[in-house]
Design a protein around this ligand. Structure first.
Ligand SMILES: Cc1ncc(COP(=O)(O)O)c(C=O)c1O
Length: 407
């Protein structure tokens, strides 16, 4: 069976994790701090905070900005549930908008959805393809948007506009306007979950990139404290001689990364540009070349003049099929011992959001994408032979379900 996306656990990872365990320091410590510095350097951002997941980190940011009942946060209908769940947790309203043909949030739809209650926008780089950050940042910085914005606290006053929190769970290492993802929005949050391009088993990274008058290094310190109960000294500081006493400056959260996880991340980062990304790109190119020869396939966009994917998810679409046929094709692919997936079942189809009144028909592009999409395996260890097997399985499945001969 060809798996969908197994992690790359080799001797280098085992050695570094073992070294972390043997160092006697297993929670947040020197490896986490080193990982943060290296991610910040890689993304060329002022500061990065490592956390234990995208979800807990991004939710902490919404709460830090004071998002609460009565506020609205704009989220695409086509994303993973976490992007919207964190808004619900804060008691705010999820304002869903449709996406474009590239799976990314529709910027015109955002414009129409903005009200005086809008406090944040969460654009999602689906599959690792960056959204048009310039269009979104330009919109929130426009006079119209600034005038409409109604700050409720000092942080919101300082920003003076809608916060843009980029859901970059998929797009670590992707390129936007010649720069690595992380520098364009107020906050950019990566996921280092087990299936992601760069994993720490579970984890996340927050790129802090707020405009003046915010001091990003000060905000890092604030968020670092907030991610650890609001305690003004972390475990490492407390073990220094006689340094036991601490204060709790705010009722904080608990989402710090541990050194065991950072050990995995340090190894992954070292080989990310030299091994991980080139192999993922190679797989994308082989799939793209093969499927472009079939007129029933829509190959996902992954590179243009101004953006390049992190090659996270290969989102193949099949033209002119029903949802049932898509599901039959998936079953047939699995029957040929190839694992595939679907990214994503749009939020309005999930009970949690359908029961809150969201309707799939209000998001026609998201609906069409979901009904025709199949995500193919992409991972470091996928050999050329495996890639050919996947391509063959998809073509075979299509032909047998549609009872046709592919062109
Ligand atoms: C688009 C998107 N956002 C957020 C998340 C949540 O990431 P994490 O599992 O690190 O909390 C995921 C996870 O798959 C995701 O796909």
């Amino acid at each position: 069976m060809i798996p969908f996306s197994p992690p790359r656990i080799d001797q280098a990872i085992i050695d570094e994790v073992t070294a972390a365990l043997q160092s006697g320091w297993i929670t947040t410590g020197p490896r986490t701090k080193q990982f943060e510095k290296e991610i910040a350097a890689y993304c060329d951002v002022p500061a990065v905070l490592a956390v234990n997941s995208w979800t807990s980190g991004a939710e902490m940011l919404l709460r830090w900005f004071g998002i609460k009942e009565g506020d609205e946060v704009i989220v695409p209908a086509y994303t993973y549930c976490a992007s919207a769940n964190i808004v619900v947790h804060c008691g705010a309203k999820v304002v869903m908008v449709d996406v474009g043909d590239d799976f990314c949030i529709n910027v015109d739809a955002i414009k129409k959805a903005i009200t005086k209650n809008t406090k944040a926008i969460l654009p999602v780089d689906i599959g690792g393809y960056p959204v048009d950050y310039n269009a979104i940042m330009g919109m929130v910085q426009s006079d119209d948007c600034r005038t409409l914005f109604t700050p409720n606290n000092e942080r919101q006053q300082h920003l003076g506009r809608i916060l843009v929190l980029n859901d970059a769970a998929h797009s670590f290492g992707a390129i936007h306007e010649g720069k690595k993802v992380g520098t364009s929005c107020d906050f950019t949050v990566f996921s280092f979950h087990a299936v992601k391009n760069l994993t720490t088993a579970e984890g996340g990274g927050i790129c802090i990139n707020l405009p003046a008058p915010f001091d990003n290094l000060e905000i890092y310190k604030e968020l670092n404290i907030l991610s650890l109960h609001g305690q003004n000294k972390d475990a490492l500081a407390k073990v220094q001689k006689g340094n036991w006493e601490y204060d709790v400056v705010d009722a904080g959260y608990k989402c710090n990364m541990t050194d065991i996880l950072a050990a995995i991340g340090l190894v992954e980062l070292k080989r990310y540009d030299s091994e991980t990304l080139p192999q993922r790109k190679h797989i994308f190119e082989k799939y793209a070349k093969a499927f472009a020869t079939y007129d029933w396939c829509i190959v996902p966009a992954y590179k243009s003049e101004w953006r390049e994917s992190s090659y996270h998810l290969f989102l193949l679409r099949i033209k002119g099929i029903t949802l049932d046929q898509r599901n039959e094709i998936i079953q047939s692919i699995f029957n040929q011992d190839v694992s595939v997936n679907v990214h994503y079942k749009p939020l309005p189809l999930l009970t949690a959001y359908a029961s809150r009144g969201y309707k799939m028909d209000d998001y026609p592009v998201a609906k069409a994408l979901w009904e025709s999409e199949i995500t193919l395996p992409v991972y470091y260890g996928l050999s050329d032979k495996n890639i050919d097997t996947v391509i063959h399985a998809v073509v075979n499945a299509y032909q047998s379900v549609m009872k046709t001969v592919a062109i």
